[in-house]
Design a protein around this ligand. Structure first.
Ligand SMILES: [Zn+2]
Length: 77
């Protein structure tokens, strides 16, 4: 992209009013705060590490993380 095309875009961003930047920042914080709620996590019964539910494996009566599952069963995912 030629410099004469890029420069006006840079100028526009650098010259953005403060309230515009604050609005973007608020949305970003809002999304960050809610991200952990989209994952259910549990504790691996073998090593005690936090495991996102989708990455846990059932081993008999226990829920374990993938490294423990592989170590205990010898199976590879
Ligand atoms: Zn584990």
């Amino acid at each position: 992209m030629p410099a004469e095309v890029v420069d006006p875009l840079v100028q526009k961003v650098m010259g953005a009013p403060d309230d515009m930047l604050l609005t973007v920042s608020d949305v970003f914080k809002y999304e960050l705060k809610h991200t952990p709620h989209s994952f259910s996590s549990l504790v691996c019964d073998n090593c005690g590490e936090m495991v996102v539910e989708g990455y846990a494996r059932i081993l008999g009566e226990k829920k374990v993380c993938i490294p423990c599952y592989e170590g205990l069963t010898g199976a590879k995912e």
